[in-house]
Design a protein around this ligand. Sequence first.
Ligand SMILES: *[C@@H]1O[C@H](CO)[C@@H](O)[C@H](O)[C@H]1NC(C)=O
Ligand SMILES: *[C@@H]1O[C@H](CO)[C@@H](O)[C@H](O)[C@H]1NC(C)=O
Ligand SMILES: *[C@@H]1O[C@H](CO)[C@@H](O)[C@H](O)[C@H]1NC(C)=O
Ligand SMILES: *[C@@H]1O[C@H](CO)[C@@H](O)[C@H](O)[C@H]1NC(C)=O
Length: 307
Amino acid sequence: MLLIWLFSCFVRFSGVEGYQSRFTSIPSKPTFTHSGNNLTLIWRYHLSHADKPHFRWLVFGLWTNGDISTPLMSVSKNGKLVSYSDRIAWLGNKTTAAFRLHGVTIQDGGVYGCKLDFGAHVVRDSVRLAIIVSPRIEKNKIAEVKALEGEYVVIPCHVTGHPRRWIAWSRDGQILQNSTKESALKIPAARANMTGLYTCVAGNEAGIDKYNVLLLVTSCKHQSSETQEESDEHRSHDLGHFHVRATFTPTLVVAFILFVIFGAYFFFRYAGARSNKFRTYNKMSQDEQARSLMGEWSSFADSGEKI
Ligand SMILES: *[C@@H]1O[C@H](CO)[C@@H](O)[C@H](O)[C@H]1NC(C)=O
Ligand SMILES: *[C@@H]1O[C@H](CO)[C@@H](O)[C@H](O)[C@H]1NC(C)=O
Ligand SMILES: *[C@@H]1O[C@H](CO)[C@@H](O)[C@H](O)[C@H]1NC(C)=O
Ligand SMILES: *[C@@H]1O[C@H](CO)[C@@H](O)[C@H](O)[C@H]1NC(C)=O
């Protein structure tokens, strides 16, 4: 019993009762249009002889939960037109429901419906309207990103446009990344040879937009010349001071030279002390050597005198 009742409800709702009255053509689903365009949505329909006397009106409007929620325009049996929006124009006739939307914007995206109302039953259809907006990249005046070697770098590319399709990054014509989800270019560890001009290209059905960003990776020679044996403590200390190194280079050079001079001074002092000590232990033999040398010299001198 319940099933029969449900079935009859279904039959009434789906318009099968007025079987011959129907839409003979509907807008493409979904309908895409570029923002700024004038869009015409067209439904062609056929009214059965049985339905014609019962036809009350034709309604066009915003569609929610399977029915028109906000009427934008209605046309009655005798051709009386009621419009709820000055942006919508009627271009239809006795067999065609055609609505023109002037100057489409992104806010016009949504679901629209058309309904033929016969009092006892309705014939209805809905279509999703997707507005396409050409991609536009937000451009900064100074398109430059600076990084230190080894640093994690993110080069952003802020894109507006609808629907968002793809955002590609390239360098010297070589595609590095092309994604519909990722917009920024992420470099886990920058290298000096990554310095260069990077291009962000965003595109969808409506067009493309481009943006160039210069990446400058500053080489960190001290870091790279460090050997593996050096302690982590030393390394982190070195890294911590890297940022100021560039501006204090002359000071550091002077400090280094002073360090070398003092180092050399203390080294030679120590070495001198050591050799003095060494000499005391070998004093005898050295003195003997000296004496023998002097002896030789004296003998030579003697022999010279003799000559
Ligand atoms: C939209 O229609 C208006 C007038 O109805 C016209 O001036 C305008 O050029 C049209 N725009 C486009 C993109 O066709
Ligand atoms: C109704 O309008 C549509 C398009 O607007 C047109 O193709 C059709 O020929 C028209 N029919 C009549 C009977 O005027
Ligand atoms: C990125 O990929 C899309 C397809 O997903 C393609 O249409 C587009 O041309 C690609 N962009 C570039 C710059 O290669
Ligand atoms: C950049 O340098 C790294 C090593 O530091 C090397 O592996 C890579 O191939 C270089 N890339 C280019 C494009 O020269």
